[in-house]
Design a protein around this ligand. Sequence first.
Ligand code: NDP
Length: 517
Amino acid sequence: MSLAEEMDTVTGESAGSVDRHATSRTFESTDPATGAVVGVFPLHDADAVGSTVEQAREAAASWAALGFDGRRQRLDAYRGYLARRLHELADLVHRENGKPHADAILEISLAIDHLAWASHHARKALGPRRVRVGLLAANHAAYLEYQPLGVVGVIGPWNYPVFTPMGSIAYALAAGNAVVFKPSEYTPAIGAWLAAAWRAAVPDAADAFQVVTGFGDTGAALCRAGVGKIAFTGSAPTGRKVMATCAETLTPVLMELGGKDAMIVDDDADVVAAADAAVWGAMSNGGQTCIGVERVYATAAVYDRFVAEVTAQVRSLRPGSDDEATYGPMTMPSQIDVVRRHVQDAASAGARVITGGTDHDAFPGEGYVAPTVLLDVPEESAAIREETFGPTLTITRVRDAEEALRLANDTSYGLAGSIFSGSKARALDLARRMRSGMTSINSVLTFASVPALPFGGVGDSGFGRIHGEDGLKEFTRAKAITRQRFALPTNVMSFHRPANTADQLARVIGMVHGRHR
Ligand code: NDP
């Protein structure tokens, strides 16, 4: 029997904590391609969220007490479970989010890889270590360790409903925290499935990972529930609301927000490879990717060839929900209006629409948007300045890579970006100066698949990091301990110190540090 069947055909009734914190109010999630109901889920109110967090708090103590090895063993069991049921989960992702089954497999595979990395590197990144004591505490030993926060609340989006929350869930669990996860109202079945899978794979720590379902109010209740941290992934406007709510209780926040990522195509770039990457980065997942390519700046030397190549490649794309479709419907129907506004606004400001369009060709109904490429879009247009989150791409001709970098950086966002260049030194220099948390050279999105690399943005793209050692530390507090190994004849931190102690100290400091000019 599939996990979905065990979950009472994904009614959420037996998913995670849901059954034990039942409420009479429910909501449905639907297949964006067909409108069919995927599942019915409880609308958890503040009381239900509070009791879930309380239960997670109790579980957090025993989860932390398992230590790195005990947690690693259980996280390994979880990833084994997910790997064995990969197709089942991919099918659910396809039905509830709309993306092709193959893309769902890619997403889940990435999440499993992160789970493995987090559990296997937690001890090295977070475990107790001795650190050098320095001059003033030479008779002490000093210890540093990274302790869990207790319960971490994870609020996630719908666009990568497995990979994105798992970037927080896996790392928070590996660091010794319990997790309460609030999935998007558009993808609650996937969240409930992940929690039910945890209960099945890790029965002796079942309450360490639980799910609550509902709308924004449920997320806000989680912010107020006294968790040790909120890891939020979503749009910048909602991120501001989440921060304001968390400020009421001084709950720390991790903000993984939207982006307006740019690709730079330099004079000596492999134009065919750059076009292939731009089309994938912009159109896969229907363009509903926080680190998707939204803007391309191509130098005059390659612009015409690049546009021709992108145009040719885009023509082979087809949105749909069948096995041959390259991407699915828009998961959140209201997003279509945002995409339409950006395209129409660009067109009326003089942009050339070379594929897709502003009419029925681009927006054929039933939740689909055709791949749309826009040229000569004025820099002040919404299509350049706001996150579009649809299968669109702007391509702008620039003089050289320096102008490209200036325009790429001229955004309030700063999540990621990519550079195509034939010169390693030049590409690395541009990457370092790109104002973003992550940059791929001669590929797109690759940094997200390297578990050792931190993931996160700057500016309106948020702050804090998931993934890598930084991502593990994000879900901990640093704990500093010193231990006096032997007493010195003179203790500078005592009212009994001799009167000349400070002068002696000043002399020593002068000798050690004073020679540096
Ligand atoms: P939203 O900001 O609309 O929602 C994100 C989550 O917050 C959802 O679970 C939502 O619940 C919840 N929420 C809504 N209102 C509140 C509130 N007042 N208090 C607490 N929680 C609330 O984002 P989307 O789901 O539309 O996701 C798309 C966005 O996510 C894009 O901007 C994208 O760039 C960004 N993103 C960023 C990533 C990153 O790592 N930087 C990765 C992936 C996506 P509900 O759905 O029930 O309203």
